[in-house]
Design a binder for this molecule. Structure first.
Ligand code: KG4
Ligand code: ZN
Length: 353
């Protein structure tokens, strides 16, 4: 028997993504983005994003179907990101997915976008091991997960108490006068700077904090420290060494992320660490995670950059895992969950919840 063909739909933020996955094989992945419209605003405007999803959805769907060489009638199940995300953006994707499910009679799964960032790795690096730890780092989340089954066995170990890593990068980018979103710009700039030039604080890493918050993160104190450092230089009329500041700030974030992720893997007895989410495109995170994991004999799996930022493949991958696990469909009457918790892989129907 051939593996199920799953259509995945992503519209939580500014990317309209549609993908087709058969089992763990990616057949097509097409993304449209409204990000280019936000540089002048310094942040995403939800109304513009929702309107862009409405405009882009059908062309993106048609392009994905054509690229995969399949029709809607061939699809065995539809998966759509039900949260977390911007409510207007989510509504366009879930309403479109429900209409498709109703018209085709196919089962519909409303899945967790953040867990999709982990699930997508199976399409690239093959089946997951029986147990692993995942670090999910995006614009809105920085979390550690214990995973025994990507469809049914995800437990949140900890998360950021304030800013997410991507959010902190975007805010520091603004402070250094870089275009929005600052993350990729700081990444590039930091490659020309000295990571040891300034010692910025590492949040929640003191002995006391590590007892109380072993797997939680905090980046807002660091962001404030960078702001104070820049202000002090400005007050003194000194030049701002932006590359050194970017590199030192990036080092502080990535030092904490990798240290806590590896602590989690070691203490949970997992020999694999999977890293996902938009921030996992960061070059220093990728290098430092590999370097430190090697010291512990832990395997690191990070998808290529195009699967780190939001896309339809991650949603189809999680949908495919749910179908393979025999989970019942969400049905057509679920609501978007803008703040979906990370131990919930999808919106289970009321009877099965
Ligand atoms: O997962 P994602 O595409 O969207 C959310 O679900 O939030 O993550 C977007 C975040 C933004 O904060 C962006 O600045 C950050 O990921 N990002 C990066 C890099 N590429 C994207 N941050 C640091 N270095 C990068 N290379
Ligand atoms: Zn995301």
């Amino acid at each position: 028997m051939t593996e199920p063909l799953v259509l995945g739909i992503e519209s939580t933020c500014d990317e309209t993504g549609v993908a087709l996955v058969r089992g763990r094989e990616l057949l097509a992945d097409v993304t449209a983005t409204s990000m280019d419209e936000y540089a002048r605003f310094g942040g995403i405007i939800p109304e513009i994003a929702s309107r862009a999803h409405t405009e882009a959805f059908v062309p993106t769907l048609n392009a994905a179907l054509e690229r995969a060489g399949v029709g809607l009638a061939d699809v065995d199940a539809i998966a759509v990101a039900a949260g977390p995300g911007l409510i207007g953006s989510l509504t366009v994707g879930t309403a479109a997915a429900k209409a498709l499910a109703l018209a085709t009679g196919k089962p519909l799964y409303g899945v967790n976008h953040i867990i999709g960032h982990v699930a997508v790795d199976e399409l690239v690096d093959g089946p997951f091991p029986e147990h692993f730890v995942a670090l999910v780092v995006s614009g809105g989340h920085s979390s550690l997960l214990d995973v025994t089954d990507i469809a049914t066995g995800v437990t949140e170990l900890g998360s950021t108490l304030d800013d997410a890593a991507g959010e902190a990068f975007d805010k520091v980018g603004r402070l250094l006068g870089l275009p929005y979103p600052g993350g990729p710009h700081i990444d590039r700039l930091s490659q020309q700077g000295d990571p040891a030039a300034i010692h910025f604080p590492r949040g929640l890493t003191s002995a006391r904090d590590r007892l109380r918050h072993p797997y939680d993160f905090s980046f807002s104190g660091l962001k404030t420290a960078v702001a104070r450092h820049v202000e002090a230089l400005q007050d003194a009329g000194a030049a701002i060494p932006t590359a050194d500041i970017a590199a030192s700030f990036s080092e502080a974030v990535n030092d904490v992320l990798t240290r806590k992720a590896l602590d989690a893997a070691v203490s949970r007895g997992a020999d694999t660490l999977v890293i996902g989410g938009g921030f996992s495109a960061n070059s220093r995170l990728r290098a430092l995670a590999q370097e430190r994991a090697a010291e512990y004999g832990i395997t690191v799996r990070i998808p290529p950059i195009r699967y780190c930022t939001d896309n339809g493949a991650m949603i189809a991958a999680l949908g495919s895992a749910l179908v393979r696990a025999g989970r019942p469909e969400s049905g057509l009457d679920f609501a978007n969950v803008s703040g979906m918790d990370l131990s919930t892989t999808y919106v289970a129907p009321a009877a099965a919840a």
